[in-house]
Design a protein around this ligand. Sequence first.
Ligand code: F6P
Length: 485
Amino acid sequence: MTRLPPPASFLALSTARPATPPAARERRLVVVSNRVAMADPGGKAAGGLAVGILAALKRSGGIWFGWSGAVTPAPPAAADVVHGDDITFATLALARRDYEQYYNGFANRVLWPLFHYRPGLIDYKREDFAGYLRVNRQFAQHLAPLLSPDDIIWVHDYHLMPLADELRRLGIEQPIGFFLHTPFPVTEILRVLPSHAALMRAMCAYDLVGFQTENDVWGFRDYLLRCAGGRAEGIDGISAFGRQLRAAVFPIGIDVDAIALQAAQSVDSRQMRRLQESLRQRRLIIGVDRLDYSKGLLQRFRAFERLIEMFPERRGHVTLMQIAPPTRSEVPEYSQIRRSLETAAGHINGRFAEFDWMPVRYLNKSFNHRTLCGFLRAAGVGLVTPLRDGMNLVAKEYVAAQDPTDPGVLVLSCFAGAARELGDALIVNPYDIDGVAEAIQEALMMPREERVERWQAMMAVMRRNDIAAWRDSFTAALADAAAGR
Ligand code: F6P
């Protein structure tokens, strides 16, 4: 377990960014993402992307365009437009075939596993790639009429990598930026994708491409420079496929004070009282993740099992509560991981449970955000141990939710983007089961003074790089990049 200092380039990025120039502030922000938080009542199973965008748009106002979450027999004739207080939501349904090929197929059975370094899990079909391009074209066709000349367009995540290319074909000249919430792989992994050249060529239609960490930018630049005949221009500029763009790091943050407030307010809630009563003074270890094979949940369960094997004094005195709402359940790999986790949780409980102690509480359900923040605050240890993750906002939320006078300890995978900023967590390799078990033990034993010191250091970084800083630095850089063009 090592403390990682934030990388030098990140410090430079977080302190040296200019304030948002008026050019970016005056423009209306148009956000495009596959998932729109409004389409997910209560935001219960929302991933980091939806939570992050909602917080960013709430402050600035603008349009949020994306999939409505509905699947219909035929493609929709028009987008549904709903005007909220600050945000206008424009959503499109997906036809069944589009949903299968674009979302279940190319996005979640090819790009997702590939970008999470699991090429063995990909299932590439040419017709799925065609469906992916078709849906991106539909999005562009329905979005274009909603745009004004002064808009700045910010596209999010792997579902919509070719969107700028489709918009440019329709004559859209406004600044268009892209932010990837997932990791971006190294070139040799990207080359596994049969359509890598077409995808990367389309990405060059953006003015600015943003990533969570330096690793991701390096992968992107390396491909363009070595495999696409691209040329480096200045610090973060590249010209490739006849276009110029910039690629840089913008680590996503959270609304630190909002999370801290929600967590503090939930202390007296009915759910929290029920949780505390059920724990009967036992130490709580918590994990909160979408049920996804990238989250390292099987390895996490094994590490918890090793903890109670290696440190028998923990038996009867700790509880692991793993909250894992199912997602993408029509993708076969997700049903498989779900079955494996049920077996693993049952195995640990069958092996160690007593008539008055259940070691693992495994919950395939979601909770509202306020309740979740309360749960995070109640846990002395937060386990965030993905095998690979773009950022992982649960890691940041766990820290923000803590009681400042008696904070818990974050055990964090070195393969989560958050590890670049949260070097004061206990950093672990999730594949090292004994190492994770030892880190949990260290977290449980850590004196209050050290916990407070680590927590304060992480809070300082998170406050500096919060959600507003993320939005402002990206939109300012986008306006700048487009002006250069
Ligand atoms: O951040 C990765 C991501 O795919 C987001 O795009 C999305 O909001 C979240 O995970 C949840 O996944 P899905 O939209 O497939 O349910």
